[in-house]
Design a protein around this ligand. Structure first.
Ligand code: GLP
Length: 246
């Protein structure tokens, strides 16, 4: 695991975009799993602008969804799917066949999980997984106590996630369950990047980097991944001493 700290959100985002571009240049048919959420917003803006300007070809890549709120339609502006569509898929002009997302409205969610597991294994696994971190240390919707050997699954969201998750929605939502890739997907991905920005993430980042590795704080398992990077801005790294500045 490497930890890189950047002076601000803009520099962090540029460097995360660089990593995604490097991955796709090395492997044009890469399988990418890119998180939704506020943190990677500028990364995607940078990425898609550079893709246009520098002619970076994403047309052979496959994109798989990380997570989704159960019961929220894909076209709801607060859904992860809508976010990815708006900030990545449309700007990159991807074709439908390149994109595989959870349908969190499906009546058979178990089947959604199985389909996603098969797509990922059929493509030979995930090349790059870019994840954010929840205020409770979750990764995707792998909540505290998640199983280390889990693939895609449906879970009950914990109270922190239910509350914090409201920020993505215009109207009050009942956010009770999530569907997510598992920690085994994370550990099997060829490269993992965890990003965090802002002082509100400083406390959980301290636990993630300095606390024991435990699924009680799912983000800590990133430390055991052989090719992982934790990329932070100064504000998120505030309570961790002794980190090298990038
Ligand atoms: C959300 C999502 C995660 C996301 C994380 C951080 O609830 N389930 O996939 O990475 O929490 O989100 P944000 O970047 O908005 O802080």
């Amino acid at each position: 695991m490497k930890v890189n700290v950047y002076p601000d959100y803009e520099t962090l985002s540029q460097n995360v975009a660089d990593e995604i571009i490097r991955c796709v240049r090395n492997k044009p048919d890469a399988v990418l799993c890119l998180a939704a959420g506020d943190t990677p917003r500028l990364t995607y803006e940078t990425l898609t602008a550079r893709a246009t300007k520098e002619g970076i070809d994403f047309s052979h890549c496959t994109f798989v969804g990380l997570d989704e709120w159960v019961g929220v339609p894909l076209d709801n502006e607060g859904s992860c799917s809508w976010f990815l569509q708006r900030h990545i898929f449309t700007p990159l002009s991807l074709s439908r066949s390149q994109i595989h997302l959870f349908d969190a409205m499906a009546s058979d969610l178990e089947n959604e999980c199985n389909k996603m597991n098969e797509i990922i294994s059929g493509k030979g696994g995930i090349d790059l997984m870019l994840v954010g971190i929840g205020m409770n240390g979750h990764i995707g919707f792998n909540e505290p106590g998640a199983l280390i050997d889990s693939y895609a699954h449906v879970i009950d969201l914990d109270n922190t996630t239910r509350t914090v998750g409201q920020k993505y929605f215009r109207q009050q939502m009942s956010l009770t369950r999530g569907i997510t890739l598992g920690l085994k997907h994370l550990m099997e991905a060829r490269q993992v990047i965890l990003i965090a920005s802002g002082e509100r993430k400083a406390e959980i980042i301290k636990h993630t980097l300095r606390g024991p590795v435990t699924t009680k704080v799912p983000a800590t398992v990133v430390r055991n991944h052989p090719n992982s990077m934790i990329m932070l801005d100064e504000a998120a790294a505030r309570w961790v001493k002794g980190l090298t500045r990038g």
